[in-house]
Design a protein around this ligand. Structure first.
Ligand SMILES: *Cc1c(COP(=O)(O)O)cnc(C)c1O
Length: 307
């Protein structure tokens, strides 16, 4: 493990390990299955969840290399850019981003925060955005100048898995299944190899057509020089119409869950994740005696825009 740069250390010290919370719910106890939530939504008021986990070591690498500017890419609702802009500001680094699609006439709360935190935004066509996905190394972006550090989509750098593994290591109880939400699949790829042998990882894609992750996740693992130890699968049928799409049934589920358990969810990732886990419970997918851990990956900032 590489040493932490003093500025990264000062920021990292503000993030405490997050608790594993046991959920008391008759739906689960009736089937003899235990449910817990890894509360990474409690990490930090702004940089919540898996975004900090994925950014920690790439940011450290950027500081170690003496970078002055972080450059990345994301959509208009990007929790990744939101976390990056804030972290950059806290670390005294400039930030810039390629944002997918046209500049919206009315900026949403995510984009307003990015501007407030002085992230330079470059809106690019969907095609140009897609092409940016080809550049995966920190210095591989064409035209990158000295001092700039490139972070690929979803923060999928060679360092990202290390912070994800730290989150997994914090889970201080035996468990059988780790369920997590997927966008780019970087978090799932990081969890493969971090969980104890015999633990199954299940990913719930937030995007329609999430089966593409059966191709992308092995690629991410290979790019990190890590082997795909297997033991993971997807439940691709809980996208509710596509990324950031919702249905009344999803919103109703979220409202009931929040009221019952006092844990906030957002409809883009974690609402769909919990819905899926409850639905698979009802379908009889889990066995009595099993312990299911759901990773609450945060993202609550995105809740401001989607109703
Ligand atoms: C970004 C995000 C994810 C997906 O992470 P990937 O590593 O891109 O798969 C899941 N949950 C939340 C809350 C997120 O913001």
């Amino acid at each position: 493990m590489n040493d932490l740069h003093p500025r990264l250390r000062a920021l990292a010290d503000r993030f405490a390990p997050t608790p594993l919370q046991r959920i008391a719910d008759p739906a689960w106890s009736a089937r003899g299955v235990a449910l817990s939530i890894k509360r990474d939504d409690l990490l930090h008021p702004v940089i919540s969840g898996n975004k900090w986990r994925k950014l920690k070591y790439p940011l450290n690498d950027a500081l170690q290399r003496g970078a002055d500017t972080l450059v990345s890419m994301g959509g208009v609702y990007s929790n990744h850019l939101h976390a990056l802009a804030y972290a950059g500001r806290e670390l005294g680094l400039k930030t810039a981003a390629f944002v997918r699609g046209e500049r919206p006439a009315a900026l949403n709360p995510t984009l307003l925060d990015l501007m407030e935190w002085n992230m330079a935004l470059h809106f690019v066509s969907r095609e140009d955005y897609r092409n940016l996905r080809a550049y995966r190394e920190w210095n591989s972006l064409p035209g990158i100048r000295p001092g700039q550090y490139w972070l690929p989509e979803g923060g999928a750098s060679e360092w990202a898995w290390q912070g994800v593994a730290e989150a997994v290591a914090e889970i201080d109880a035996p468990y059988d299944i780790l369920a997590l939400a997927c966008g780019t699949g970087t978090t799932l790829a990081g969890a493969v190899g971090a969980v104890a042998s015999g633990v199954e990882i299940v990913g719930v894609p937030a995007l329609k057509g999430g089966e593409f992750l059966y191709r992308d996740i092995p690629e991410l693992l290979a790019a990190q020089g890590r082997s795909d130890s297997g033991g993971w699968r997807l439940w691709p049928d809980y996208h509710f119409g596509g990324f950031a799409r919702t249905t009344p049934a999803l919103l109703e589920f979220i409202a009931v869950f929040e009221a019952r358990h006092g844990i906030e969810l957002e409809p883009v990732y974690t609402g769909k994740l919990l819905y899926a886990v409850y639905d698979r419970l009802q379908a009889g997918d889990f066995q009595a005696g099993q312990h299911v851990v759901v990773w609450h990956s945060g993202g609550l900032q995105g809740k401001r825009e989607i109703r």
